[in-house]
Design a protein around this ligand. Sequence first.
Ligand code: ZN
Length: 185
Amino acid sequence: MLTVRHAVPMSASPMKIYPIITIPDPVLRKEAASVERVDDDLRRLMDDMLGTMYDAPGVGLAAPQVGILRRVIVMDAARDEDPPDPLIMANPEIVNLSDEMRVHEEGCLSIPDHTAEVERPAKARVAFLDREGKRQELELEGIWSTIVQHEIDHLNGILFIDYLSRLKRNMIVKKFTKAKRIDAM
Ligand code: ZN
């Protein structure tokens, strides 16, 4: 596990903090394209996404949430009192999910101020390319399992509200649609 963990990456130039896209922006419903190779430009994106996530603050961020339709996700579920523990993945793929489930009160930077309980497999085995472009496989559990599944969903245009009843989902989406209309006036 330790071999794939990085220190908080430091780019030569200052980090870019991306604006985070919120619902009902259609980009959040699109499928992201696979990364062909991990090069300096992609590492730059990874680092900027991580900076954007910490700035928000959040525990996970997927590239479509900053308007980039590529299969890149960043996560850090370390608690506030612990040192940062970032995990960066390109082309993450679920290899295996446990039958055992866990429920977590999920939120999403693209759906601010709304949380809901979502049940997902308690363990997820994930294959991915790390920040150096090396293929890795990791078994994640607990909150890490929830986050990685939530972020991979983003790459497929799926949001946590899709796991709620249609009534609940529509109520949340309507709030954001209305707020955007008022903003545009
Ligand atoms: Zn999210």
